[in-house]
Design a protein around this ligand. Structure first.
Ligand code: NAG
Length: 361
């Protein structure tokens, strides 16, 4: 359901009238279904503490990585073009895919142990100067598999053009430019399944079936599933947290409304920032409004606390008494795509700490 202007006006009036009220989320908005439980907080903090212990070199590594990221983005773009060119459009019953690393189905289904940040990095997921036996190579590469679930072959049925996937990859790399992470398209799978397109949602049997069939790679691999969320209108996406990988590796990944991709036609949310937001969760970040005004909030010191999600682009909004206006331009809020343009240094640092511990990135 779309928010009407009246709802928006009501929300902001209430917020202005009661700025100190702490509320968990916002009943009227549920754009992303990924919310942090107390267990999630515990596991995130554990990772941050562990990462801090091991972190002597990583600050340097992140800086070094940032310098190299631009070159990598260029490579990623070229790779994406090549992969799309080689991808097949799949038939109804066929199930086929192109994979840049020529993984076999068996390889990909093997559950690999969660890499620890200490493990030696012979893996090809790193680029840059990985020649020496440095503990932490500069450029972690996240391989990305797009799984396009379609009701039929029309755009309305979820059959998004390759060009949209390419543009989404560019947005993703662009918006993570400061992070030292690089995202590389590794394969595109298209599959017709009306039930999944219609009914996949957070914790549904359809989600389970879809992911069991399509998921590939390991803890460092990002699986993106685009669906229609027909039975959960208003939902744009959701993601799994890094600490969940260990116990349910096939469930790992991001589920997205296909219309949220760049050019996807969804009003106010079609510049590709939904995936940027969900990947934030996938790397261990919480919503900026998580926890409301008090407590540790999203666990990040340089994102001012926020009582509840912001929608639209309410510049100057300030819902908590503590210092700082609401981080409405942050990718981890609910504001319109055009309103979002930042992760903070604290978020990048936390995402890197957590994903290094739980994903080996
Ligand atoms: C394709 O699927 C969409 C979503 O279920 C539906 O709205 C549309 O009518 C379908 N189009 C055709 C031609 O079947």
């Amino acid at each position: 359901m779309r928010l009407s202007f009246i709802t928006l006006a009501l929300v902001s009036t209430l917020v202005l009238a009661a700025p100190q009220v702490e509320e968990k989320g916002d009943d009227t908005v549920q754009l992303c279904a990924t919310h942090a439980s107390s267990e999630d907080y515990k596991l995130a903090e554990r990772a941050v503490a562990k990462a801090l212990e091991m972190e002597k070199n990583s600050e340097k590594a992140i800086l070094k990585a940032q310098l190299k990221t631009l070159g990598n983005i260029k490579n990623a773009k070229e790779d994406s073009d090549r992969i799309i060119k080689n991808s097949k459009s799949l038939g109804v019953e066929e199930y086929d895919e192109y994979d840049v690393d020529d993984l076999t189905e068996e390889d990909s289904l093997k559950t690999r142990p969660v890499p620890t940040a200490k493990s030696t990095s012979s893996s090809s997921k790193y680029e840059g100067d990985s020649n020496e036996d440095e503990e932490k190579p500069a450029i972690p590469i996240v391989r990305v598999f797009f799984n396009i679930v379609m009701a039929n072959r029309t755009f309305e049925g979820g059959n998004i053009p390759d060009q949209m996937i390419l543009r989404q990859m560019i947005v993703l790399n662009d918006n993570y430019r400061g992070s030292g992470l690089t995202f590389k398209l590794a394969g595109v799978t298209r599959i017709l399944n009306l039930d999944w397109f219609t009914n996949v949602g957070f914790d549904t049997p359809q989600e389970d079936a879809m992911k069991r069939r399509l998921h590939r790679g390991d803890a460092t691999t990002l699986n993106v599933y685009t669906v229609g969320f027909v039975t959960t209108p208003g939902l744009l996406g959701y993601a799994t947290f890094p600490w969940s990988y260990k116990d349910d590796s096939l469930n790992d990944g991001v589920v997205l409304l296909f219309k949220s991709l760049p050019g996807g036609g969804l009003l106010n949310y079609n510049l590709g920032r939904t995936l940027v937001h969900e990947v934030g969760h996938w790397l261990g970040l919480f919503h900026t409004f998580e926890g409301g005004c008090f407590g540790i909030g999203d666990g990040v010191a340089d994102t001012p606390p926020e009582a509840k999600p912001a929608v639209g682009c309410p510049v100057g909004r300030d819902t908590c008494r503590s210092a700082g206006v609401d981080p409405i331009h942050n990718y981890m809020d609910y504001t319109f795509d055009a309103c979002q343009n930042q992760f903070t240094r604290g978020q990048i640092r936390r995402a890197r700490q957590i994903s290094s511990i739980y994903r080996g990135l």
